[in-house]
Design a protein around this ligand. Structure first.
Ligand code: MF3
Ligand code: CO
Length: 288
């Protein structure tokens, strides 16, 4: 009887429909998959209408911040100028750079040059020079909602192999996006990334990966691009997470120095990052 009353109440997702007419079937499917041994998302990973509205607003700002960096980035620029652009553009929009003070991270943005894999510090002492490949990774908190995306930039004239790596890292994102389907495990994205990178002769980093993102900066699940296609959490409509494989020219092995992560062999690394929403039919890119 109580159950009947609960099912007649408005759905938790904010659709305005009753739970019975909205998420009851989805949550039954999640429970059944869980019983069969699949890793499944809890309700808190399914975005409500209000949360999605906040995440979209945050993502809109984050993309404008990346556009502001894109408009200015060039040879000779100290990396600290990228930090300034991100801080100023984000704050002017009434938002906060999510990396700043996150677990003690000391800057507003991660800038990873050449053999840096991720979490590079935008230091005043380091200037961009022609031939560099650079990842600028921006994350925004706006009204408590989070967005996360990164782009590669080629500075001046870049050698052909470096350019091929940057393009391949971008192709890996497209490959992952093309296989997102609700009720498939996240490993289908990992398999698509591995196929794309390995065919081009590159390797895929597995120590770092994607993550749920929206209500928190980094939330469940962690997404490992070393997974097989049957591994990882089932994707369910309403989940929001990042796709951000790191692709290396040589070995996938890493060397870490505090926050900063480098390739162990000193060869190049590239990464693009997008944030997506799982829909009924695939994925919608929220932030890029
Ligand atoms: N933006 C990075 C990501 O893609 C996370 C950076 S954490 C920080 O997940 F503290 F270094 F900013
Ligand atoms: Co991320």
């Amino acid at each position: 009887m109580l159950e009947k009353v609960l099912k007649g109440r408005p759905c938790f997702c904010g659709s305005g429909r009753s739970y019975r007419d909205c998420h009851e079937a989805v949550e039954k499917r999640i429970r059944d998959a869980g019983r069969r041994g699949a890793i499944v998302p809890g309700r808190k990973l399914l975005r409500t209408r209000a949360q999605l509205e906040g995440i979209r607003a945050s993502a809109g700002i984050n993309m404008r911040v990346l556009d502001a960096v894109a408009a200015e980035i060039q040879a000779g620029m100290p990396l600290s100028r990228i930090d300034e652009i991100v801080y100023e553009t984000t704050c002017a929009a009434g938002a906060v750079p999510a990396p700043l003070h996150y677990e003690g991270y000391p800057y507003s943005v991660c800038v990873s040059v050449n053999d840096q894999v991720c979490h590079g510090f935008p230091r005043r002492e380091t200037c961009l020079k022609t031939g560099d490949i650079v990842n600028v990774d921006c994350s925004t908190e706006y009204e408590g909602f989070f967005s996360d995306a990164s782009r590669m930039f080629e500075i001046g004239t870049v050698d052909a192999e470096a350019h091929r790596l940057v393009e391949n890292a971008r192709d890996c994102i497209a490959a992952a996006l093309s296989v997102i389907l609700p009720w498939q495990p996240m490993g289908v994205m990992s398999a698509a990334v591995q196929d794309c990178a390995h065919r081009a002769g590159f390797s895929v980093v597995t120590m770092y990966g994607g993550h749920g993102c929206g209500v928190e900066f980094h939330e469940d699940p962690f997404i490992d691009y070393g997974w097989k296609r049957t591994e990882g959490m089932l994707m369910v409509p309403g989940m929001t997470f990042t796709i951000e494989p790191m692709i290396n020219q040589g070995t996938s092995a890493l060397r870490e120095n505090g926050w900063e992560v480098y390739t162990r062999d000193g060869k190049l690394s590239a990464q693009w990052e997008v944030q997506v929403l799982v829909t009924e039919t695939g994925a919608e890119v929220l932030c890029r």
